[in-house]
Write a protein that binds this ligand. Structure first.
Ligand code: SAM
Length: 356
């Protein structure tokens, strides 16, 4: 991945963009990622059009359920927050503003490619090191980050799980179902094994189990047999093999199967359930009395884990209050940002005295 791609600032006024000639493509719209970046950089009103169509401009990420998250976390001046999944910094920016004066936010992310860009973006918005610090780490290591920062606990924790639009939309990262790229899928490309290596080594029964556990895949047995132990260099080669393995299902169902297999592999490659499980276990120790946590999930495997952990914490008296039901994005947000459609938000609060 090119790390020097242009990074627009959030809310940068389109009117200040000097007029340049429109970028030319082979077709009506930009198809390749690099072309989308050129559009982004050169034609101000194109960004508005992309947003109006419910999509996300290349190289950015639209934060989801911001108002709901601010309402349940209720950040106050002087409090200390952790954003476990900093991404583009959309949620962090709003939290940081609400924590002033005197508050601070620690932003964690496993991605060494996007984190420096987000850190620079938040610095440019005026958040200095006394207010905001960026930490390249898995959120499973949150207690160690707090110890190193000299903090015994924090008031707010946010986790917005999964991958960012910058990661999904960049084919070089290997998450993309739409554009071809190396079959990688690592949030931190310097660690672990790419999805291609996992598929090349795994046995059919183990792959079938993984597809069920990570994505509730109904065609898991057939796909396990068709895909396990094979070498796939690119995301499109895997996509085609999945479609070929399902000759009797409709085009739409095959497309959904491709998405589910990609999701299942991404979760496995990044050990996502184990990181989430560790975070859920650690929350009661890292939250100060009166502390709040909000977690945004994007599929049933994640939501189940969060729901169970919060309910168990509530019954054990660790949490004084938990979300009575899951919160979903408004119809308007789902229309305006198609990537918000599967989001589910849950929250929990620690009592003012420890022990609920
Ligand atoms: C959905 S995005 C977050 C977007 C962010 N809330 C925003 O407003 O821009 C998820 C981010 O979390 C990171 N991430 C996912 N799992 C992680 C983990 N276990 N530890 C650290 N970072 C993680 C990904 O690299 C990605 O940047």
């Amino acid at each position: 991945m090119s790390t020097d791609l242009p990074q627009p600032e959030p809310g940068a006024p389109a009117a200040s963009t000097p007029h340049k000639r429109r970028v030319r493509y082979a077709g009506k719209n930009p198809r390749r990622f690099e072309e989308k970046y050129k559009e982004h950089r050169q034609v101000g009103d194109t960004v508005a059009k992309v947003l109006a169509s419910g999509k996300t401009p290349a190289g950015t990420h639209r934060p989801i359920m911001v108002a709901e998250i601010l309402s349940v976390l209720a950040p106050k001046a002087g409090e200390v927050a952790v954003d476990c999944t900093l991404g583009y910094g959309g949620h962090a920016e709003k939290l940081l503003a609400a924590l002033q004066p005197g508050g601070r936010l620690l932003g964690l992310d496993a991605d060494p490619l996007e984190l420096p860009k987000t850190e620079a973006r938040l610095r440019a918005l005026g958040f200095g090191p006394e207010t905001f610090t960026a930490h390249r780490t898995n959120f499973a290591g949150l207690p160690q980050v707090l110890t190193a920062a000299g903090l015994a606990g924090v008031d707010l924790v946010l986790a917005d799980l999964g991958v960012s639009s910058m990661q999904i939309d960049n084919p070089a990262r290997g998450f993309s179902v739409k554009d071809t790229g190396p079959l990688d899928m690592r949030m931190n490309p310097q660690r672990g094994q790419p999805a291609a290596a996992l598929l090349a080594k795994i046995r059919p029964d183990a792959l079938a189990r993984l597809l069920v556990e990570n994505a509730d895949e109904p065609h898991a047995t057939g796909l396990g047999t068709a895909l396990a132990g094979r070498e796939f260099a690119t995301t499109s080669a895997l996509g085609e093999a999945i479609r070929r393995a399902l000759p009797k299902v409709s085009r739409d169902e095959a497309g959904l199967a491709v998405r589910r297999v990609f999701q299942a592999l991404r979760i496995a490659v990044n050990d996502e359930f184990s990181a989430l499980g560790t975070l859920l276990l650690q929350l009661p120790q890292v939250l100060n009395p009166g502390g709040r946590v909000a977690i945004l999930t994007f599929h049933s495997g994640e939501d189940r884990r969060v729901k169970k952990a919060f309910e168990a914490g509530f019954h054990a008296g660790v949490y004084a209050e938990i979300a009575p039901e899951v919160l979903r994005p408004s119809a308007e947000e789902r229309r305006e940002n198609s990537r918000s459609s599967s989001a589910k938000l849950r929250w929990a609060k620690v009592g003012l005295k420890s022990g609920g």
